[in-house]
Design a protein around this ligand. Structure first.
Ligand SMILES: NC(=O)c1ccc[n+]([C@@H]2O[C@H](COP(=O)([O-])OP(=O)(O)OC[C@H]3O[C@@H](n4cnc5c(N)ncnc54)[C@H](O)[C@@H]3O)[C@@H](O)[C@H]2O)c1
Length: 69
């Protein structure tokens, strides 16, 4: 199963990604790297550097760490 994790280079997102990968999931790790750290993303995850527009943040289709501040 493919799982999209937004904010995946942040604290919660990276922990979620690690757990999902350890359970055999395919993780698509999305993060803007505005605050996050690329090395925090599991190497086996597909990384996408992108900024989520605000509107998108309210309709996650899978696991999402809330990116509100
Ligand atoms: N850490 C906690 O203990 C905790 C507890 C409860 C709630 N939260 C909430 O969970 C969320 C995540 O917390 P965290 O501690 O992982 O924060 P964090 O700053 O470590 O991670 C957030 C990540 O989201 C990325 N990001 C921010 N805006 C983005 C955008 N528009 N597009 C793409 N990526 C974007 C940042 O680059 C960063 O990597 C926050 O909303 C926080 O308030 C955190």
């Amino acid at each position: 199963m493919n799982i999209l994790v937004t904010g995946a280079a942040g604290y919660i997102g990276s922990v979620c990604s690690e757990v999902l990968v350890s359970r055999g999931m395919s993780v698509i790790a999305l993060d803007s790297l505005i605050e996050g750290h690329r090395p925090a993303v599991p190497p086996s995850a597909v990384f996408a550097r992108s900024i989520l527009p605000i509107a998108l943040r309210s309709k996650p289709s899978s696991i999402s760490t809330r990116l509100t501040r």
